[in-house]
Design a protein around this ligand. Structure first.
Ligand SMILES: [Zn+2]
Length: 248
């Protein structure tokens, strides 16, 4: 967040890519950067990879900031970038902490992927989920599960089941949350999202989206770090860590 909004092509975007690569490497992950030209810019997905066994699990979060805060109540700010604390530095924070705390000897193949260019839909020349579309299209093989986390840092966190997601995979994660008695996971359907899980689902891959779409600062200049809480990040991190290590 201190580097500034991570809009595609910006200096902060490049700095954050370098920083994420460093964080993954220092936690012992093999890092790959996937670059794709788009609109005269470079879309860059950053993946930390570890393990070769089955199952193959991908956890993803977008790291880019939306170019325009077009939901801002102040009309003069609607062409300003979104700071993107919750949307979606929150997801990246959880993935990088998982990179540090996941056991190194897990009997799974795990990829932690910071996805680029999710958040420019409805802006001329852009679309939603550009990075995840590239990542899904270039997979060599079929992962067993893809879990996307997006907007999971809200201090008032309420994660409902997302309608487009694979419901079996969603149930696995919500069962883990119930077992851990994590109240931020509410086992009821609510929104249907056009998010980074869709490119995977379209290819027949089990994918789920964990998101709290009830966030008053969504796509505004007020999506800043004071709206996000460590307890919310912890809740999501705890559930994912337990889900990943269950039956290990
Ligand atoms: Zn967004």
């Amino acid at each position: 967040m201190k580097m500034g909004p991570r809009t595609v092509g910006s200096r902060a975007h490049a700095q954050v890519v370098d920083w994420m690569v460093g964080e993954l490497k220092s936690a012992g992950w093999t890092v790959e950067i996937q670059e794709t030209p788009y609109n005269g810019f470079k879309i860059r997905n950053v993946a930390g990879k570890r393990g070769a066994a089955k199952p193959w699990i991908i956890l993803g979060a977008h790291f880019d900031s939306r170019l325009w805060a077009d939901q801002d109540s102040d009309r003069s700010k609607r062409k300003s970038p979104v700071p993107g604390a919750n949307d979606a530095a929150s997801g990246v924070a959880v993935l990088l902490e998982l990179a540090r705390v996941l056991p190194k000897d897990m009997d799974k193949r795990i990829e932690l992927v910071m996805l680029d260019a999710e958040d420019n839909g409805d802006i001329p020349g852009w679309n939603w989920c550009l990075g995840s579309e590239v990542y899904a299209s270039r997979l060599a093989g079929k992962p067993d599960a893809v879990v996307i986390i997006d907007m999971i840092g809200d201090a008032d966190l309420n994660i409902y089941r997302e309608r487009a997601s694979d419901q079996g995979l969603t149930s696995e994660i919500f069962r883990t949350a119930a077992r851990l008695k994590i109240p931020q996971f509410i086992n009821e359907l609510k929104y249907e999202m056009d998010d980074d899980h869709i490119p995977f689902l379209r290819r027949g891959i089990r994918a789920a989206d964990l998101i709290d779409f009830d966030y008053p600062y969504w796509h505004t200049t007020a999506d800043t770090a004071d709206k996000v809480s460590a307890a919310s990040l912890q809740a999501v991190g705890d559930v994912l860590l337990a889900w990943l290590t269950e039956g290990r």
